[in-house]
Design a protein around this ligand. Structure first.
Ligand SMILES: [Zn+2]
Ligand SMILES: [Zn+2]
Length: 286
């Protein structure tokens, strides 16, 4: 039996003990799997308790074929019940919701499979198989599962690394002199900053070592093993202002004009492209 359980990224990072519910087939408790209200189970008189009957077909005059068929009276059980159990109506099993404990290891990889031995559908006729739980990552949401409103809701995971997009204003990207405090998935702070004069180009990716996902290990955090971490990759997005006060716009324009005349570079000239459209030579008709 296979089920998928969605887990928020925060639980993959911190490790988490939780539970999940699953509807599965279980042996009826009312009749203890007998299917009978009074516990009385009789041998099927039609098949003599074998569950099967032998049928003879005549293929041609004098030629018979013997076929073994499932008994239609007891459905192959070999037993009949006069007073059926009111809960399972004689089927001996019911579908019920069960609660399972789920232990998510720190740094558990996406798609990790956890085995619950003999916890699949039950039946009085066979030993229950195993239940396999596959951990999947739940879509991030600010409303759910985030009492601390940690930024971590919007981290993206790739293997052992985490990805984050940080927005800078034009002034910050260009002039430097800013700080940001990222709240990580366990609530600790990752400080990002640049001193004055330190430029960040749009799209720059900064690698912050050791601030990624914990690397999963069977020993977890113990005397035998200290958890190592992947990296955090911060991509900077620079937002240009699309609205400005009139006075501000005038000031900036004047400032640009002043410095452009002094030591500006004409990128159009600098590019080495020809001025105006290029006349292509007319091809000879062959
Ligand atoms: Zn029952
Ligand atoms: Zn029968």
């Amino acid at each position: 039996m296979e089920v998928r359980v969605g887990v928020p990224l925060r639980d993959f990072y911190n490790g988490h003990q939780t539970e999940f519910q699953l509807e599965k087939q279980q042996i009826c408790e009312e009749c203890e799997g007998s299917g009978s209200a009074d516990g009385q189970v009789d041998q099927c008189s039609s098949c003599g308790g074998h569950g099967v009957k032998i049928q003879k077909h005549m293929l041609a005059p004098g030629i018979f074929q013997q076929v073994q068929v499932t008994c239609d009276v007891c459905g192959g059980q070999g037993k009949t019940i006069k007073h059926k159990c009111p809960v399972c109506e004689g089927s001996r099993v019911v579908r019920k919701v069960s609660t399972f404990q789920l232990n998510i290891d720190r740094g558990a990889p996406k798609g990790m499979r956890i085995k619950y031995e003999n916890d699949a559908d039950e039946s009085p006729d066979y030993v229950a198989g195993d239940l396999h739980v596959t951990l999947t990552e739940k879509e991030a949401s600010l409303e759910e599962d985030n009492e601390g409103r940690v930024d971590g809701t919007f981290f993206r995971r790739k293997g052992d690394d985490l990805y984050w997009k940080e927005v800078l204003s034009l002034r910050e990207a260009w002039m430097g002199g800013w700080t940001r405090n990222l709240t990580h998935l366990d609530g600790h702070i990752v400080a990002l900053s640049r001193s004055r004069g330190s430029v960040i180009q749009p799209g720059l990716v900064e690698r912050v070592q050791g601030e990624g996902m914990p690397k999963w290990h069977e020993d977890g955090d113990s005397v035998y093993h200290t958890t190592e971490f992947g990296d955090l990759l911060v991509e900077y997005v620079v937002v240009l202002p699309d609205q400005m006060e009139k006075g501000m716009e005038k000031d900036f324009w004047a400032l640009w004009e002043k410095w452009r005349k002094k030591n500006g570079v004409d990128l159009q000239k600098d590019s080495g492209r020809p001025e105006g459209a290029v006349k292509m030579p007319v091809k000879d008709e062959l």
